[in-house]
Design a protein around this ligand. Structure first.
Ligand code: IMP
Ligand code: MG
Length: 331
């Protein structure tokens, strides 16, 4: 392996990782994209050649004809994966020979979907994620390689051992969900069942010594989907939801909005030891005309766009390159 750069979400998902990954791939620096956690609970919205494409399980590399791997730490919904690949093909994206799944990744079953479909406690995406990871850790799960071989799947994806894939590779690792949803670091129990921090990349077989750049992604405000109380207690936050089009890519549910919490952002930046921070959607605050942030559990008004930018930069650990991006298409 030559190197591995990582894209990791510092908030509760939906910060624009899909866009960041897609933009980074344009550089031609990478020849393998690794998805390192989660399953079809993710929804990555990408604008590719002017078209809006939402992916759930397929790593963004395929859009550029780059080999893509769904890693050992992921869980796979096979019918949904095939539907997604067909959807990409219908958009004219050739996926032939590009999509690979580690043979040890676990399978989301009908039973997992039924059980999770009845969840009312934390507001899951109902994609069977919790039950699937539970069965994996309970040693009752099904690895994808255990399923009866079905030749018709070969034209969509192949099962592989990840390790040989990493040899001589220049990797971009694409995360799903985010820090606040991490099973260990997140706001338990309002979390997903996978690891959403940079360490998760290594669990997929990447040497920690090969990790080069770590791109943390955040929004200039926060969103969260699920049952816990979160923001939405003033007119401006309601406006942010509408103007920011904060509706789930997987479930269509409205995302609850709150102001950015700088203590949490700095904490997530530290745990992930990010080298770069991309802050998306500050243009939405421009439209609302308010630049509020949370520090030490209190709301403060930064007064202006520049005021908020300097508060964010000052809150971070040293030596992080910060980019503020206003475009839904690129960074
Ligand atoms: P699960 O991952 O479907 O089990 O859902 C657990 C929690 O994580 C719920 O609050 C979901 O709304 C949230 N969640 C899971 N995936 C995503 C995502 O990709 N974006 C935002 N929230 C997510
Ligand atoms: Mg999303």
């Amino acid at each position: 392996m030559n190197y591995c750069d990582v894209v990791v979400d510092l908030q509760s998902g939906d910060t624009g990782k899909g866009k960041v990954t897609h933009s980074l791939l344009e550089s031609g620096e990478y020849n393998l994209v690794l998805r390192y956690n989660g399953g079809s609970n993710a929804g990555h919205t990408i604008y590719h050649k002017g078209e809006k494409i939402v992916t759930h399980q397929v790593p963004a590399g395929v859009l550029y004809g780059i080999k893509s791997l769904i890693g050992i730490g992921c869980v796979v919904n096979i019918p949904k994966l095939i539907d997604e690949i067909k959807m990409l093909n219908d958009h004219g994206i050739n996926t032939d020979g590009l999509i690979h799944v580690d043979y040890r990744a676990h399978v989301v079953t009908e039973e997992h979907l039924t059980e999770d479909g009845n969840d009312t406690s934390i507001g899951t995406t109902k994609q069977g994620i919790g039950p699937c990871y539970r069965d994996k850790y309970d040693r009752k799960g099904i690895r994808i390689t255990e399923l009866t071989y079905d030749q018709s799947r070969d034209k969509y994806f192949t099962l592989v051992d990840s390790l040989p894939f990493f040899k001589d590779a220049r990797i971009l690792a694409e995360g799903a969900q985010g820090f606040e949803l991490d099973i260990d670091w997140g706001d338990y129990p309002y979390v997903t069942s996978s690891h959403c921090t940079v360490g998760s990349v290594c669990l997929n077989g990447i040497s920690p010594k090969k990790i080069r750049k770590i791109y943390g992604v955040a929004k200039a405000y926060e969103t969260y989907v699920g049952t816990k109380d979160f923001g939405m207690d003033c007119e401006e936050l309601l406006k942010i939801q509408i103007l920011g089009q904060e509706f789930g890519a997987t479930t269509g549910r409205p995302r609850k909005c709150n102001w950015i919490d700088l203590n949490k952002l700095a904490y997530a930046a530290t745990v992930n030891d990010i080298t770069h921070l991309i802050v998306n959607k500050i243009d939405i605050l421009d439209k609302v005309g308010r630049y509020v942030y949370i520090e030490d559990f209190e709301r403060h008004d930064a007064g202006s766009r520049l005021g908020l930018i300097s508060q964010i930069v000052n809150a971070l650990p040293d030596n992080i390159k910060v980019v503020f991006s206003d475009s839904p298409h690129t960074i």
